[in-house]
Design a protein around this ligand. Structure first.
Ligand SMILES: [Cu+2]
Length: 241
């Protein structure tokens, strides 16, 4: 909706809703104060009101000019805080049970993704590693394990309205569920060195069937590669004996 950027996760609409809410409330007050300001300039211009008065501002009918807008703005603040906390709890505080897990590693200046492979379990021999391209299935809940090898990065998927800092030495767990298929941008949203601007990637969201066949195909290759490494290791172990 915003700037015609597609909305492709279960929580992207909630984030957009917050942006619209804050824009309407602050925009409404901005217009109201500007109208008031220019009206006062015109109403009390030198020609129409040449004599200035001394006022203390303590009279009730003058204090209302402060108290009423003040109260209304506080009510708007509470509305924004309640809406923001509800979205925060949904997006960041709640971790729905995953259908699949993916590891996302940032480094100067690339993203590496570790997919769980055909067995659906991360850190096994059939895992599929890719550079700069993340493959996920539409409609499945993913946990991501976000890490950094060097400096601060920030994993940013605009169509998901997802942005999470990656911190060296920590593994940060988050989640998303894609609602649309397609190929979209992944960016780094934390200045992380001279190559920060080119630290982009792609997320490919397939239907569960397409994704399963991609995983099957690459998982087998991973399995074969792991097996050949084992054979080589066994052979060299044999040679050394
Ligand atoms: Cu970066």
């Amino acid at each position: 909706m915003l700037l015609s950027l597609p909305s492709a996760s279960t929580f992207s609409g909630d984030i957009d809703g917050l942006v619209v809410l804050v824009t309407l409330l602050t925009g409404g007050w901005f217009i109201a104060t500007q109208v008031m300001f220019f009206w006062l300039l015109w109403r009390f211009r030198a020609g129409a009101s040449p004599k200035s008065q001394y006022i203390t501002g303590k009279e009730p009918h003058l204090k209302r000019w402060i108290n009423i807008p003040h109260t209304l703005i506080l009510i708007c603040d509470v509305v924004i805080i309640v809406a923001a906390v509800r979205v925060w709890v949904k997006v960041k505080q709640t971790l729905p049970p995953p259908d699949d897990t993916v590891r996302v590693v940032g480094q100067q200046w690339t993203w590496t993704f570790q997919h769980s492979g055909a067995d659906g379990t991360l850190d096994t021999a059939d895992d599929v590693w890719t550079s700069d391209t993340l493959h996920v299935a539409q409609g499945k809940t993913y946990h991501f394990l976000l890490e950094s090898k060097d400096v601060l990065h920030s994993f940013f998927v605009p169509v998901f309205r997802l942005k999470q800092d990656a911190i060296p030495g920590r593994t940060i767990t988050g989640w998303f569920q894609a609602t649309k298929t397609g190929t979209y941008d992944i960016l780094c949203a934390e200045i992380c060195g001279i190559g920060h601007g080119i630290m982009g990637g792609r997320i490919i969201i397939d239907t569960p069937e397409q994704h399963a066949s991609w995983v099957q195909q690459h998982s087998t290759m991973a399995d074969a590669a792991a097996a050949s490494t084992d054979t080589t290791a066994a052979a060299s172990a044999g040679a050394s004996n």
